[in-house]
Design a protein around this ligand. Structure first.
Ligand code: ARG
Length: 462
């Protein structure tokens, strides 16, 4: 295997050593960013007179040709992407290719390419978050009046609406967008020109390459620049958080599409069948998102474990930073799109959702609230409604079945007007506190969500 080093070696490395160290296949994920970093470096070498302007132009032309030819034209029997590109450059422009690596090391090169790649990938992730939010917002508005059970402890708690539920996911995605944008800012500093660890004696201009590559500024300390991988840990963390929330949406789709709930039907295009049971329609994509969340969480743990206790200066261990990053970003991008596809295909069974609130005692709090509004302390009202629940259970009836006589028989102190607050629709209608599912509160929430959605980026989270 051809190397970029070896001058001081008298025999070639063992085949297993080559194979164990090779990353060219996963490095293809950032081949473009590696070229872009090299172009900026070559231009800077020319501008500062470290090489001639003509030499710099030759290098840049060669790099652009490599870019046009694409990764298929690169040799794969090499250690990494940096080697593959430099060897191709030799083929195209001859010995001057050897000048590209002046005042640079693969240590600053790889850190630069990784930051550029993360930058580009985050832009895609941010777009996909917005897009999924658009779906949630549209359906949130469409179903703002569709009654469904609201759950705590996965038991029926209080009636809510489907729109209210879907918008809850909108806001969690907004925070992920916000986090990803902050990480974007935090990672946007240039390691290029840090060289191996201690800078260089050549009169390079790190500000020039930083600006050309769109970074905010060069990282002030060359040793830090080549050693830091916290930006990748940040990215892995954000990926894990996004997947955790997508796994929760997934779990809801799995549950709600099951027979016991029957709240939703998903289209054939996003579900799968069984090889033995002809009647089956399985929510495999939701299950896979839920399942793959484990790997994305593990990717953070993987790199955190690599970095723990690692002394400063480049260590080959950090080569292990990229496979988890590529893996997590890939899974997040797919999962965001798949979640949107599934949601877009949902046929919500509004009658079944509403029917599920019947007889579930989920307006018991409304009854207690009513009593409290007449001046009875809430704790006392809670006790009284507890008796009503027992009274109903004893008679095998639900809250909706209560009539004046039965109520009186259970507890004569409860005024008969209390019976007017027991409908789920009315319960939702009264919940007008800020952030509640009531019609006015929801209208305000939708208006705010729309305004935030229209903003560029994710600066607001409320
Ligand atoms: N493939 C390496 C990585 O991803 C590139 C840097 C190699 N540097 C070195 N001194 N061996 O980290």
């Amino acid at each position: 295997m051809k190397k970029l080093w070896g001058g001081a070696f008298s025999e070639s490395t063992a085949e297993l050593v080559d194979r164990f160290g090779q990353t060219i296949h996963t490095d293809l994920n950032f081949w473009q960013e590696d070229i872009i970093g090299s172009v900026a470096h070559a231009r800077m070498l020319g501008e500062t007179g470290i090489i001639t302007k003509e030499e710099a132009q030759t290098l840049i032309d060669g790099l652009e040709k490599i870019h046009e030819a694409g990764p298929e034209a690169l040799k794969m029997d090499v250690e990494d992407i940096h080697t593959a590109i430099e060897m191709k450059l030799y083929e195209l422009v001859g010995d001057v290719a050897g000048k590209l690596h002046t005042a640079r090391s693969r240590n600053d090169q790889v850190a630069t390419a990784a930051r550029l790649m993360l930058h580009n990938e985050l832009l895609i992730v941010l777009d996909l978050i917005k897009s999924l939010q658009g779906e949630l917002l549209a359906q949130g508005e469409k179903y703002k009046d569709a009654i469904m059970p609201g759950y705590t402890h996965q038991q029926h708690a209080q009636p809510i609406t489907l729109g209210f539920h879907l918008l809850a996911h909108f806001w969690s995605l907004q925070r992920h967008g916000h986090r990803a944008e902050q990480l974007f800012q935090l990672a946007n500093y240039s390691p290029l020109g840090a060289a191996a660890l201690a800078g260089t004696g050549f009169p390079i201009d790190r500000h020039m390459t930083s600006t050309e590559l769109g970074f905010t500024a060069p990282i002030p300390n060359a040793l830090d620049a080549t050693s830091d991988r916290s930006f990748i840990l940040d990215a892995l963390h954000v990926c894990a958080l996004i997947m955790i929330d997508l796994s929760r949406i997934s779990q809801e789709l799995v549950l709600y599409s099951g027979r016991e709930f029957g709240f939703v039907k998903m289209a054939d295009s996003v579900t799968t069948g069984s090889s033995i049971m002809p009647q089956k329609r399985n929510p495999d994509m939701a299950e896979l998102i839920r399942g793959r969340t484990g790997r994305v969480i593990a990717n953070w743990v993987t790199l955190a474990t690599v970095m723990k206790g690692l002394p400063l200066g480049y260590n080959r261990d950090t080569q292990e930073d990229k496979p988890p990053l590529f893996d997590s970003l890939g899974k997040v991008k797919d999962s965001l799109q798949l979640t949107q596809l599934q949601l877009a295909s949902c046929e919500w069974q509004l009658d079944a959702m509403k029917a599920a609130t019947r007889g579930d005692f989920s307006t018991a709090t409304d009854l207690a609230d009513y009593l409290a509004s007449t001046g009875i302390p809430f704790r006392e009202a809670h006790e009284m409604v507890g008796q009503v629940v027992i009274g109903c259970n004893d008679r095998d009836i639900t809250l909706e079945d209560l009539d004046a006589a039965t109520l009186h028989a259970i507890n004569a102190a409860i005024p008969v007007e209390a019976l007017s607050v027991l409908k789920p629709e009315d319960s939702v209608r009264r919940r007008e506190s800020f952030g509640g599912p009531g019609p006015k509160a929801m209208a305000a929430q939708i208006e705010r969500a729309k305004a935030i959605f229209e903003e560029r980026g994710f600066c607001s989270i409320a």
